[in-house]
Ligand binder design. Structure first.
Ligand code: HEM
Length: 368
């Protein structure tokens, strides 16, 4: 068949979607073993398969975004593409959270009708889920493990290699960190963002301190307490804005995002109304949303597990709910981007940008 003919050859819905393979891939174990198959096992299989299909799409999106971001000089046009693909990931994760409700239409007793046939299979063995975590940038030594084994011990060599490759390659976290580090404008002519911001923070704390001291409705004890709190916030600002302190906290494992990238993320957040910074701002917000959605999924999944099996151990051999709850607390990837909110100051307190910088951050189209 010529190439042209092949291109327009009739495609049937069934073949295009590979439906024969897809729809014959639901093989309830209970039907193999029992005379009366457990009714809900079909739901259990289909929900898991639907998840795996969506994981595939998420990997497709993340890989393409990483390809854009691994370029030495990211093309400005790529940021819009990256944002829209990552926004798609957010929507998919949202759907994956909703799907838990469908699973929960199965009662714990219905689950017991076939749970015994599942041992030792478990979502813990989902290769694609691990790939999503690795592409995003979950670090191996930050993973919670159980039975003293690495998370990848459940995979064959080929899959383990691929997971390792993803860990060794630049993750989305690292790619975004590198991109943030290169943010221009932080020092522009005689404008030094950090200097201007530090002054603004000092001015703001002085104002707040004065308001507390001069307040007519606070008691002396309350004033004391508020001043202490204000002092705590100032110390926090100091720690983040000081390179050595930041690096110390990074070495202790309290923060991951490096100093330059943190300051750049702060700049983008504060001046996001400037047209050129708006898309970078959307990118940062979308990454925090992905982190939030994944964490929400982890909590919801752990909750569902409690409802289905209580405190029993999992089919994969973990402590079940307790293990999953810990992963929800610890397996964050973009936590430092959330923490930027602590450093935000009201628009009214923002240092004015010099006109020549403001002009650079604007869309410079002029009507002829
Ligand atoms: C009745 C429903 C479910 C139960 C009782 C359940 C139970 C569990 C348990 C106990 C674990 C911990 C590992 C183990 O010891 O097995 C686990 C892990 C996991 N499950 Fe489920 N699960 C259910 C549904 C799902 C669904 C629908 C998905 C979707 C793909 C899923 C994905 C996962 C993943 C990805 C992990 C690994 C999490 C991690 O290690 O961070 N599970 N599940």
């Amino acid at each position: 068949m010529s190439k042209e003919k092949k291109k327009y050859a009739t495609v049937h819905y069934n073949n295009y979607l590979g439906l024969d393979q897809l729809l014959s891939a639901q093989k309830p174990k209970s039907a193999e073993v029992d005379q009366t198959p457990a009714h809900d096992e079909m739901l259990f299989i289909i929900v898991h398969q639907a998840y795996e299909l969506w994981f595939k799409q998420v990997i497709h999106e993340l890989t393409s975004v990483l390809d854009l971001f691994r370029e030495k000089n990211i093309h400005p046009r790529s940021i819009g593409t990256a944002v829209s693909r990552l926004e798609r990931v957010v929507e998919i994760l949202n759907l994956l959270i909703q799907q838990i409700k469908i699973m929960e239409t199965m009662t714990p007793l219905d689950f017991l009708d076939f749970r015994n046939y599942l041992f030792p299979a478990s979502g813990f063995q989902s290769y694609q889920f691990r790939m999503v975590e690795n592409l995003l940038g979950l670090e191996d030594d930050h993973r919670i493990t159980y039975n003293g084994e690495s998370y990848d011990a459940v995979f064959d060599n080929r899959k383990r290699e691929k997971l390792k490759d993803a860990v060794d390659a630049t993750s989305l976290f690292e790619a975004v960190e590198n991109w943030l580090e290169r943010t221009p404008f932080l020092s522009f002519g005689d404008f030094d963002f950090l200097d201007a911001y530090r002054h603004a923070v000092d001015r703001m704390s002085e104002k707040e301190q004065k308001a507390i001291l001069e307040s007519n409705y606070l008691t002396d004890k309350e004033k004391d307490m508020r001043l202490k709190m204000l002092n705590g916030t100032s110390t926090y600002f100091y720690h983040v804005l000081n390179r050595e302190e930041h690096q110390k906290r990074q070495a202790e494992g309290n923060i991951r995002l490096n100093y330059e990238a943190t300051i750049a993320a702060l700049f983008i957040h504060l001046y996001r109304d400037e047209p050129i910074l708006h898309l970078p701002f959307r990118l940062l917000v979308t990454l925090t949303e992905i982190d939030e959605m994944l964490t929400t999924w982890r909590y919801r999944h752990a909750q569902m597990v409690m409802r289905m099996i209580g405190n029993k151990i999992g089919t994969g051999g973990s402590s079940g709910h307790a293990y999953l709850h810990k992963t929800a607390e610890k397996h964050h990837i973009f936590k430092d981007l959330h923490a930027i909110a602590t450093l935000l100051i009201p628009r009214s307190e923002l240092p004015d940008l010099p006109p020549h910088l403001k002009q650079q951050l604007d869309f410079n189209f002029k009507h002829p």
